[in-house]
Design a protein around this ligand. Structure first.
Ligand code: GAL
Length: 671
């Protein structure tokens, strides 16, 4: 349980009462109670209201609001309000404003217009955090702190002179001498050598390909710059209110921040998920993966879905409405993937401003006549039936290695082809998702003891020490799958010489000599050795030389005809598969599913396609979530499973029928 103060799954949303007159606040509380809301995030964009001038704080409105919420039985996730600086701060020091790589300034008039390295911003935001912590630390409505908001969301990096100065200091700490930096950055190439720190710039606009190590180091530096901001706020909160949980909201598909490093500093992880609800299954896969990623960023603490939309967003070209029942389904999907709370952006739809067409829990129309509000009430009722699942966890035996450094390096350009890391990872994830097998995402170096099957998709950037980390686990019996274009460079982006994949060539039992990337319409046929089945490689192929591994499939045509496309190597008590080509999504799913099956990792039950099944466990209690992602009723056998369905309180056995977008949560009962 995140807090004794709310012994239920969290339910609520971002609450922005500063946009409304006081009469509306009382109505809000009444409606929140009607919907069984118990947790709201307040003040995320309230800096200007809380501190209208330098040195002048206005807390009266928030005092009143906190009292109202507390009397209404609603807990507060109080924001530190630092995500959008007040106009006076920018006027005081225009250097607060960030710059893009072309030297263009991001001006006020929107939000998040701050340079993470601006001293003025840092000092002013910390003063605000301290004032809030001191004033509300003991307030009975306070449940947790919501630090800033979606760090790096609108601009992933600032390139201003202040950042340049800070970057030089960061580099000096990392490399010690300019000579060491020259070595690491490979500046012997293209006459890039530096004589002094002052000669170095951020990777601003350049005539052609930037130095890849400079780029990578800047991504590391920016991640740390934002993280330093977060730590600066958290330090104050922990000092003044050591007992209050702290979190900041992530966006699972967000590239600029290494959330594994951030996760360790959260008392609970949270994320904002806005999959496109347009017809097709992409939305439900993206939602499932976002929840699993966020859960994985810190596996020891609870996870909350902090934001989603009730109906439709306002920022796509075409903003498809969630179909009736879909909001409930996707909300319960988050719980099915481990969430201990379900929240929305935002509580009441704005009347003015850039997000007035963004859906909310209370829409512009009379809530009593609104479909959306009726569904919001229904969801409140559903969540209130799920107290028993609190503190239950997803137990995964399959893992996918996911590295932010790799993401940054792989997508940096000037490679054998353009790679997009997230879709590659998603393809692996989808294979497990289709089999209803729980998956954790794993940062290189994490403890692997609980996993039996590990997939390493295109881990191009590979630190030497990761080799032993994988070896040790495979030796003990782990089954590892590594895919093409892995272990190609080290953390400096220098090639691992002596055959691609050389740091782990003993583990793989092979080395890679060269590659042939494929255009979208190109295919290269290959054939499985055992079954003689023919398939086609897409996207990327490699010329593999076996050194101990056995070929499981080989190319039958093309420049690498006769050489392996898929291999297996025995290593200690384990096995290592190497996939030197991208497979079609169908084949990828089929063969990973088969592999999991062969090593005895199964879903608890076979369910029809279109139904998702997850399991949360707590001690010997087991909660099975069945989610029907289709707009049609499905019925299927429960086999020997019997138990109590928590949303209806009914006993179930033998079979289950799920209406369109229907959900069942069954607590297993023996016998
Ligand atoms: C999030 C943000 C919210 C709101 C929402 C709209 O990125 O945190 O404040 O803007 O998007 O979808």
């Amino acid at each position: 349980m995140i807090t004794q103060k709310i012994p239920h799954l969290f339910y609520g949303g971002d609450y922005n009462p500063e946009q409304w007159p006081r009469e509306v606040w009382r109505e809000d509380i009444r409606l929140m109670q009607e919907a069984q809301v118990n947790f709201v995030s307040v003040g995320i964009f309230s800096w200007a209201r809380l501190q209208p001038k330098e040195g002048v704080f206005d807390f009266d409105w928030l005092d009143e609001l906190m009292d109202l919420l507390h009397e209404g039985g609603i807990g507060v996730n109080l924001a530190t309000a630092t995500a959008s600086p007040s106009a006076w701060l920018v006027r005081k020091d225009p250097k607060v404003l960030p710059e893009d790589p072309n030297g263009q300034t991001y001006y006020p008039g929107s939000r998040q217009h701050y340079c993470p390295n601006s001293k003025t911003y840092q000092e002013a935001s910390r003063a605000l955090v301290r004032a809030l912590a001191e004033r509300y630390g003991q307030n009975p409505a306070l449940v947790s702190w919501h630090v800033n908001n979606e760090y790096g969301c609108h601009f992933p990096a600032c390139y201003c002179d202040v950042c340049a100065e800070n970057f030089r200091v960061w580099l000096a700490e990392r490399y010690g001498t300019v000579e060491a930096l020259n070595g690491a950055w490979g500046t012997a190439f293209w006459s890039q050598a530096y004589g002094e720190w002052a000669e170095i710039f951020p990777p601003r606009k350049m005539p052609t390909h930037p130095n890849p190590t400079q780029l990578l180091d800047y991504q590391r530096f920016m991640n740390e710059s934002f993280l330093r901001l977060y730590k600066g706020e958290v330090e104050i909160l922990r000092e003044v209110t050591p007992e209050v949980p702290v979190n900041t909201n992530f966006m699972a598909g967000h590239k600029p921040l290494d959330y594994f490093k951030w996760g360790a500093l959260q008392d609970f992880t949270s994320h904002d998920a806005y999959p496109d609800p347009k017809p097709g299954e992409e939305g439900e896969i993206e939602g499932a993966m976002a929840n699993d990623l966020t859960r994985s960023f810190n596996k020891a603490v609870p996870m909350v879905l902090m934001e989603q939309v009730s109906s439709q967003v306002n920022w796509r070209g075409v903003n498809t409405l969630k179909a009736p029942g879909q909001m409930r389904l996707w909300s319960l999907q988050a719980v099915a993937h481990g969430a201990e709370g379900v929240l929305f952006f935002q509580w009441r739809a704005s009347r003015a401003g850039a997000e007035k067409f963004h859906g909310a829990m209370v829409p512009h129309v009379d809530p009593a006549k609104s479909r959306v509000f009726q569904e919001i009430k229904g969801l409140g009722e559903d969540l209130s039936c799920l107290d028993d699942v609190i503190d239950s966890r997803i137990q995964a035996e399959c893992g996918i290695v996911f590295s932010y450094e790799n993401w940054w390096a792989l997508e940096a350009g000037s490679k054998p082809r353009t790679f997009l890391y997230h879709p590659l990872v998603k393809e692996t994830y989808t294979s497990f998702w289709r089999e209803n097998l729980p998956v954790d995402f794993i940062a290189p170096g994490e403890d692997l003891s609980k996993y039996r099957l590990l997939v390493v998709p295109s881990l191009y950037l590979f630190r030497d020490e990761w080799a032993e980390w994988l070896r040790e686990w495979v030796r003990a019996g782990g089954v590892l799958v590594v895919t093409y274009f892995s272990a190609v460079v080290n953390e400096k982006e220098h090639i691992h010489l002596g055959g691609y994949g050389s740091p782990i060539s003993d583990l793989l039992g092979l080395w890679v000599e060269e590659w042939q990337p494929l255009h979208d319409d190109e295919r290269v046929p290959f054939r499985f050795e055992e079954s003689s089945r023919r398939e086609e490689a897409v996207y990327f192929t490699e010329k593999i030389h076996l050194e101990g591994a056995r070929s499981m499939a080989h190319y039958t045509e093309g420049p690498f005809a006769g050489s392996p496309a898929l291999t297996v190597n025995d290593f200690g008590k384990g096995k290592v598969f190497y996939q030197g080509a991208r497979f079609s999504a169908g084949l990828q799913h089929e063969w990973l599913g088969k592999l999991a099956d062969e090593i005895g990792i199964h879903a608890p039950l076979k369910v029809p396609v279109g139904v998702e099944l997850t399991v949360r466990t707590k001690g010997d209690r087991e909660f099975l979530f069945f989610l029907n992602h289709q707009q049609k009723t499905v019925a299927f056998s429960l086999g020997s499973l019997r138990g109590r369905e928590l949303l209806t309180g009914q006993d179930v056995a033998e079979s289950l029928s799920l209406p369109p977008f229907g959900v069942a949560v069954i607590e297993r009962r023996e016998g």
